[in-house]
Design a protein around this ligand. Structure first.
Ligand SMILES: [Zn+2]
Length: 348
């Protein structure tokens, strides 16, 4: 294939990935059910770097003084490790509430903190659709335990993520709310899995939910509770990109062009599984320490199930239902076109 054709093909493939990522924005992550969950974690979404199989993730659920959800927005700190103006506004509010002894405001505003989560693509093995990949949302403590066990197996030369001879995880969830506990183990027998690879989601693109509008809404909702001015970091940390979607209420969930996020977060290919895992483990350790410090300073509550009791977000509220359908149709149509063009290129 000539250079220009290869470039065209790569360009069309990128376009296709972007379209798929846009569509994926409307998917809600799957969470563990109470009791026993048998799941298979799938290797990375990009065939060139199968070891990149997870993405950190956090959302702010900001409530108003009536305890109703006023804004839902991605936490840029928990998701990308970037300064998060919503976190700043929340922590300033908690400090103010503590200083003034306002326990009800402290409680309300504390709920707006983002809980650290990790997203993976997975098969829910004991379900109606055991071969259909879903986005699985893991409490960070569960992911840490999974990483520990994967490392133990990797030291013995076993790739838990292998499609042909990997292992299922068995996660048992018990209790609820702040008393939720998880136990994590690996199924002893390796198994082969089959699944529709086109349903595996690019999680870097999926997490790319920033929008100026969504950020403003979340910060305003926070400062409406605290009465404090918006944090100074606001202007600096506001995403430079602007979405192409004016006026939608679902700003946080409709993505500006995803390609930039993919390019920025895609690590170099051919990173060893062990290196990735230990990086994940040390990042998790650091996050945990930081969180513990914050917890000690600000709160006595256990953080990690705090959002289970929160009102669930609505990624596609009624107001945006119509545009999202149009978008999905448009994307579907362009997918088919792209497929036939890409097939044509393959024949050359
Ligand atoms: Zn945040």
């Amino acid at each position: 294939m000539s250079g220009s054709l290869a470039a065209l093909k790569s360009r069309l493939n990128n376009r296709k990935a972007e379209a798929a990522a846009k569509k994926a924005q409307y998917i809600r992550p799957h969470k563990f059910a109470p009791g026993k969950n048998r799941v298979r974690i799938l290797p990375g979404w990009n065939a060139a770097s199968p070891d990149v199989f997870y993405h950190d993730y956090g959302m702010h659920y900001v409530k108003d003084r009536e305890n109703k959800t006023a804004a839902v927005y991605v936490c840029t700190e928990k998701t990308y490790g970037k300064d998060c103006p919503v976190c700043s506004a929340v922590y300033e509010g908690i400090r103010l509430a503590k200083d003034t002894g306002n326990t009800s405001m402290e409680k309300l505003i504390s709920q707006a903190r983002a809980t650290p989560r990790v997203l993976v693509n997975a098969l829910i093995r004991e379900s109606d659709e055991p071969n259909k990949p879903v986005i699985l949302e893991l409490p960070s403590g569960v992911f840490d335990q999974m990483v520990d066990q994967m490392m133990t197996f990797a030291e013995d030369g076993v790739d838990v993520l292998s499609v042909t001879e990997g292992h299922d995880f068995i996660v048992t969830k018990s209790g609820s709310g702040l008393d939720t506990e998880y136990s994590v183990s690996l199924a002893p027998k390796p198994t082969a899995v089959t699944y529709d690879a086109s349903l595996v989601v690019d999680l870097a693109a999926y997490c790319s939910q920033e929008s100026e509008q969504g950020l403003l809404k979340a910060v305003n909702a926070t400062t409406a509770v605290t009465g404090l001015p918006a944090p100074k970091s606001m202007a600096l940390a506001a995403p430079a990109r602007t979405g192409t979607h004016g006026g939608s209420e679902a700003g946080a969930f409709i993505t500006p062009p995803a390609a930039a996020a993919v390019a920025a977060s895609a690590p170099a290919a051919a990173v060893g599984a062990a290196a990735v895992l230990s990086a994940a483990a040390s990042a998790a350790d650091e996050a945990e320490k930081e969180l513990a410090a914050l917890e000690g300073e600000l709160m006595e509550e256990a953080p990690w199930e705090a959002d289970e009791v929160a009102v669930e977000p609505t990624p596609a509220p009624a107001a945006s239902a119509a545009p999202s359908v149009d978008l999905a149709e448009e994307i579907n149509a362009s997918d088919d076109d792209l497929d036939s063009i890409l097939d044509g290129l393959d024949d050359l």
